[in-house]
Write a new protein. Structure first.
Length: 316
């Protein structure tokens, strides 16, 4: 039987079309993954379509989609599939988003319950067009999942809510189990890699969450391969620890298209082990650092590790 290949013909990044092409480097052997073939992968995809839900797995072209979806681990992306920002590393579409869908929290909760998830990760596009950046929508999704799947632990991955006063408080008071916000890269590279964001706003956000509710686990992620140095990564780790962040993830940046930022270096598995050792030495409760690590990769097992690490820390 012939395999049907779905091709996305959308112009996802009109703001990047004027940029010069950056040739895509050949990936080393430790980066390559197999094409998804497991039947549960197709079941997960069908459920996402049935519930009219968007996933960051698809929109961001995650290399782990085959593995994760085959285990019914899909990261929901709420508030639409169009982002108001144009980060040079990101494959999510940029443009003017549609109005928020007030029925979306219910559909997300139904999907979580139907999949029988032990742990769910919920992220979003940036919604600078909305007065609160979508904070109330995040809170509504968390509340809906609590009702539909009360045993499921909830991890959120939010935007920075830049110039949206009160938004961090709104989301934190909805009491997710894990509040994740990614730094993505070192501060020197923000103007070219994350131009719409501000490094110190990200620090402030994660610090605010801990001030509001110290029981919420906080988490952040970095990409490597964009030209950062090891001392710069070390400084970001220190900044995260000053904000009492519990969990850091570090993965290899992969270039989505020729219009995106180029990969400056493929860090080796041995170098990732060195970064992991550095992070553990700085006192993070949980560390995930491998070439294919992404924010929600193995998030369920990592959450169990987080809980165990905190229990051990409190018992000491």
């Amino acid at each position: 039987m012939a395999t049907r290949i779905e091709i996305d013909h959308r112009v996802r990044h009109p703001e990047k079309q004027h940029r010069p092409d950056n040739p895509i480097a050949r990936k080393p052997s430790w980066i390559r993954v197999k094409a998804p073939t497991h039947p549960v992968y197709h079941e997960t995809k069908a459920l996402m379509r049935d519930k009219k839900l968007t996933t960051v797995c698809e929109e961001a072209a995650c290399p782990n989609i085959g593995e994760c979806w085959s285990q019914r681990h899909a990261t929901m992306m709420i508030m639409g599939e169009i982002c108001t920002r144009a980060c040079s590393f990101c494959n999510v579409s940029t443009g003017l988003p549609a109005p928020l869908d007030i029925d979306e929290p219910k559909r997300v909760a139904e999907a979580v319950a139907q999949m029988g998830l032990k742990h769910v990760v919920i992220t979003s596009v940036d919604r600078d067009d909305v007065p609160d950046g979508g904070a109330a929508h995040f809170a509504a999704v968390i509340a809906a999942v609590r009702v539909a799947a009360p045993e499921t632990t909830i991890e959120i991955l939010t935007p920075d809510f830049l110039r949206k006063p009160g938004s961090v408080e709104t989301v934190a008071r909805a009491k997710p189990d894990v509040f994740n916000h990614n730094f993505e890269t070192v501060p020197r590279l923000y103007p070219t890699i994350r131009p719409g964001a501000r490094y110190y706003q990200s620090i402030r956000l994660l610090d605010q969450v801990k001030q509001i509710d110290p029981s919420i686990f906080t988490k952040s992620g970095l990409m490597v391969g964009l030209g950062e140095s090891k001392p710069e990564i070390s400084q970001v780790m220190d900044d995260l620890r000053i904000a009492d962040v519990d969990f850091i993830t570090i993965g290899q940046y992969l270039q989505p298209t020729v219009k995106h930022a180029a990969v400056e270096k493929f860090w080796t598995p041995e170098e990732f082990e060195e970064l992991a050792a550095m992070a553990r030495a700085k006192g993070f409760l949980q560390v995930a650092a491998t070439p294919l690590t992404r924010s929600s990769y193995h998030a369920d097992a990592d959450f169990e590790g987080l809980r165990a690490a905190r229990a051990k820390q409190l018992a000491a």
